[in-house]
Write a protein that binds this ligand. Structure first.
Ligand code: FES
Ligand SMILES: [Fe+2]
Length: 340
């Protein structure tokens, strides 16, 4: 069950090229391509003629021709050409999703066209904002997107899963503050006067004690922005500060798999490509550690005994609030869908 009237990330801009690509979104097949004029297009990838994937065909100018018998569809999903036929069957059309391309990411609206709401577009402006630098990447995760979201909302796992990179005992020793508001959940953890983690020793050059703040913002349906700010503790010999945003868009591929689009941007060492390469590599390695746990978790949750329930502690506050919010939104949206 997925929220439809929302923006999801369908792909990174550079994934939209003339050669069509199939990508499943919310359990359904879509074809992604870029037209000759540069427009990013997302269409249902099931040809209404006989059900072949349009992605098996090719892009011709603004349109795409199915690879089976050549039915051709424009970016609105309307069939404009049937080889050898003068008339085009009225029902020859595929679903076309509204698309917004911004900050190097392509967002797709998965709900009704008449309900497109640009004010609900998630904010990832740091990806192109002067004063911030970093890159975006893609990971395929064989786990439900809610498990990935919960992984990001409870960073106490860093002490165990990421002991070589982000790990610090402080993350479990300092409590979180959870705030749920109408349109999201914020989790904050202040860790004053702690030893810097291996990541910040390497990336920020910290050696002395630091004040480390984590702020995690979840925006439905699947957007998580983690802001990490590290500063030398007042009075220490060092006077350093560093800030990162980890930008996470968790698009459901199916109920059990997720397209994980992530970006990492920093506000220091601008213009230093070596730092960019290192931060991307370290973060990628960190996420692969998460991925290993998440995929095993999915397998075990798939066969959980009747009545098995997770245990929620104070550290799970963000996860619990996010799930409640999602359930409320789903309860509100699903009956409306049945009426339409
Ligand atoms: S199945 Fe696409 S043209 Fe026939
Ligand atoms: Fe993690």
């Amino acid at each position: 069950m997925f929220l439809r009237n929302e923006w999801y990330v369908a792909g990174l801009s550079h994934e939209f090229v003339e050669r069509p690509r199939q990508r499943w979104l919310l359990g359904e097949p879509f074809v992604l391509y870029r037209t000759a004029s540069g427009r990013a297009v997302v269409l249902e990838d099931r040809c209404p003629h006989r059900g072949a994937p349009l992605s098996s065909g090719e892009v011709c100018g603004e349109s795409i021709a199915c690879g089976y018998h050549g039915f051709t569809f424009d970016p609105e999903g309307i069939c404009t050409h049937v080889p050898g036929m003068q008339t085009i069957p009225r029902e020859a059309r595929v679903r076309a999703c509204p698309v917004v391309e911004r900050w190097g990411w392509v967002f797709v609206w998965m709900g009704a066209h008449h309900e497109v709401d640009l004010t609900r577009l998630p904010d990832y402006h740091w990806l192109t904002e002067p004063g911030w630098e970093g890159r975006s990447e893609y990971l395929s995760v064989k786990a439900n997107y809610g498990l990935v979201r919960d992984n990001l909302l409870d960073l106490t796992h860093a002490r165990y899963v990421h002991r070589k990179t982000l790990g610090t005992a402080a993350v479990t020793d300092h409590p979180i503050n959870t705030e749920a508001h109408g349109c999201g959940v914020r989790v904050t953890r202040e860790m004053p006067g702690i030893e810097p983690s291996p990541f910040f020793r390497l990336m920020g050059g910290f050696t002395g004690l630091v004040d480390h703040r984590q702020q995690i913002d979840f925006t439905p349906p699947c957007h998580v922005v983690i802001n990490t700010r590290v500063r030398s503790t007042a009075g220490s010999a060092e006077n350093r500060s560093a800030e990162f945003h980890v930008l996470n868009a968790l698009t459901p591929e199916t109920e059990r798999s997720t397209h994980y689009f992530w970006g990492l941007v920093r506000n220091f060492a601008l213009g230093d490509d070596t730092v960019t390469e290192t931060q991307q590599r370290l973060n990628r390695e960190t996420f692969l550690e998460d991925l290993s746990i998440l995929e095993q978790q999915q397998v075990l949750l798939d066969c959980k005994p009747d009545g098995w329930r997770p245990i929620a502690t104070r550290n799970d506050g963000g996860c619990v609030q996010a799930e409640r919010l999602m359930n409320r939104l789903l309860e509100a949206e699903v009956p409306m869908r049945k009426v339409q």
